[in-house]
Write a protein that binds this ligand. Structure first.
Ligand code: BTN
Length: 252
């Protein structure tokens, strides 16, 4: 990853986004959180060339090899009420999917915010809230060619899909441009945001298994409802899932 290229693209980020680059941190989400608690303004982005303790949702680790993947976090101080902040995860997943489409690929969104290419995950998002801010953490496999054994069957990268390397700086810039628009659609314009997510949802029309604390259930995904909830149909009726327990797509 070229620092010069990152600095060059950051000069053209839309307001209020600005970039800090770190060589190695435990987790960029933690770095942004610290600066947010110290009063940093909306739009700060911290990108790490490598993370030593990158984390994903549900306590999973996030693999961030040095230099060939994007790992960054954005400080957002939303104007919208706190109840709507979880929608930032949908906005970020969509922004990443749209940036990847700009390269000529056809990503899907595995609700709420994993970005898939084919049947493999290329990006993940972790949104964490603070007292008066949210941290939107994004990990995208850009030029990764080898993954740890535990994810090698389910992960992919832009390079693996297109058989050529990509500029991390250009991909970052494309994501920030998309997110600059989508982040403002979590309130009154949410229908615009959710319609764009629906178009890309890889779960709609498919059978899935859902794992909860109470056990596993199998059901059919009818789509995404007006508040961004997943419509999960089982013989017992329709459930509206507002957060992602472990969902697995089943073969048709
Ligand atoms: C997931 O799919 O489970 C979410 C993965 C989120 C990874 C990113 S990488 C940048 C930021 N820092 C972290 O520690 N996690 C997020």
């Amino acid at each position: 990853m070229s620092r010069e290229a990152l600095i060059a693209v950051a000069a053209d980020f839309p307001d209020p986004f600005r970039l800090l680059i770190r060589e190695s941190v435990e987790s960029t989400n933690d770095e942004v959180r610290k600066l947010a608690l110290g009063g940093a303004a909306d739009g700060l982005i911290i990108l790490a060339e490598s993370q030593t303790a990158g984390r994903g949702r549900r306590g999973a680790a996030w693999f961030s090899p040095s230099g060939d993947s994007l790992a960054f976090s954005i400080l957002v101080r939303p104007e919208e009420p706190i109840a709507l902040w979880p929608r930032l995860a949908l906005a970020a997943g969509l922004a990443v999917a749209e940036a990847v489409e700009g390269l000529g690929l056809q990503p899907g969104i595995k609700w709420p915010n994993d970005v898939w290419l084919g049947k493999r995950k290329v990006a993940g998002i972790l949104v964490e809230a603070g007292p008066d801010f949210a941290v939107v953490g994004i990990g995208l496999n850009v030029n990764t060619t080898e993954f740890p054994p535990e994810v090698s069957e389910i992960a992919t990268s832009l390079q693996l899909e297109m058989s050529r390397p990509h500029s991390c700086a250009d991909v970052l810039a494309a994501i920030i441009r998309k997110f600059a628009t989508r982040r403002h659609q979590i309130g009154s314009d949410f229908e615009i945001l959710i319609s764009a997510v629906r178009l890309r949802c890889v779960l709609t029309g498919h059978r899935v298994s859902l794992r909860t604390a109470a056990g596993s259930k199998i059901g059919f995904i009818e789509g995404i409802g007006p508040s961004g909830e997943l419509l999960f149909r089982t013989p017992e009726g329709l459930e509206r899932l507002i957060q992602a327990d472990e969902l697995r797509l089943l073969p048709d």
